[in-house]
Design a protein around this ligand. Structure first.
Ligand code: SAM
Length: 261
């Protein structure tokens, strides 16, 4: 990965880019008049610092990857209007809960969870891949939303750039109410426009039994998995399917604390 700026960036943006490069231990390249294609001759992954945040370009794709809250805004608006949210129901989420998101991605699910658990709750989002981790952490800190509740929910999320198995192994028993997984496995064949730009940067590992076993120790109430409804992981890992959904994906639940709603 290399870090650069937009064309003709002002000194403060240049400085920010140098600071990022230093923080992540990667090379800073002065943009000058170079195109993205020219920069790709130096690296497959390019992180561009602009006045509006970070953009990542992967070799072979034309669309940049940048942070946006996607469907989270609409889901929060619906919850504010008294509607339900299937993920919130599947997790049995309530105010004050702690929620460990083992597959942060663009953080849409974490933002919704953060809104529901409120300031008394806690949301930790794990992302194993460097570029999505950087872009989403920065986006959650800086994205300005017209919806105050959504913006506050974003700011409360703690991003940890770590593989979930490593993190779970370090957790105390019963340290999160809910442990949540939404792996890329199978997602690649589902039309999901909001996560399309994330694809070249994501981790496609399937869930491991080791991670599920650790999650059983770490979760106080439930482990929840979102996956394609044809995924064999529901049966392989002993998830109970939440309810029939019209969509290509569904949720599975493993109750660990006997506090089912
Ligand atoms: C389908 S996306 C998650 C989408 C997310 N739920 C949302 O609402 O935006 C899966 C994300 O999990 C990350 N991931 C996959 N395996 C992981 C692992 N073992 N540890 C941490 N992150 C992982 C991928 O890189 C990807 O960014």
């Amino acid at each position: 990965m290399i870090v650069t700026t937009r064309h003709e960036a002002p000194p403060e943006v240049q400085e920010q880019a140098r600071t990022f490069a230093c923080k992540f231990g990667v090379r800073f390249v002065e943009r000058k008049k170079m195109s993205i294609a020219r920069l790709h001759e130096m690296s497959d992954y390019i992180l561009v610092v602009t006045d509006n945040g970070l953009r990542a370009y992967s070799k072979g794709t034309s669309e940049p990857f940048f942070f946006h809250p996607g469907m989270a805004m609409l889901r929060i608006k619906r919850l504010l209007n008294g509607d339900t949210d299937v993920m919130v129901q599947a997790c049995g989420l309530r105010k004050g809960d702690s929620f460990l998101d083992c597959t942060l991605g663009l953080a849409a699910d974490s933002i919704v969870a953060s809104f529901v658990v409120g300031a008394e709750g806690r949301i930790v989002g794990l992302e194993s891949e460097r570029i999505p981790g950087i872009i989403v952490e920065e986006g959650l800190k800086r994205y300005e939303s017209p919806l105050q509740e959504a913006q506050e929910a974003m700011r409360r999320i703690e991003v940890v750039p770590m593989h979930h198995l490593t993190f779970l192994r370090q957790c105390e028993n019963n340290s999160f109410d809910i442990v949540y997984f939404d792996p890329m496995f199978f997602q690649a064949i589902v039309t999901s426009e909001s996560i399309a730009p994330l694809r070249p940067f994501a981790n496609y590992e399937s869930l491991s039994l080791a991670a599920i076993e650790e999650a059983k120790r770490v979760a106080r109430r439930r482990i929840v998995m979102k996956n394609h409804r044809e995924s064999p992981d529901f049966e392989n890992f002993g998830f109970m399917r939440f309810k029939k959904m019209e969509r290509a994906f569904t949720y599975g639940i493993i109750e660990v604390g006997g506090e089912a709603e």
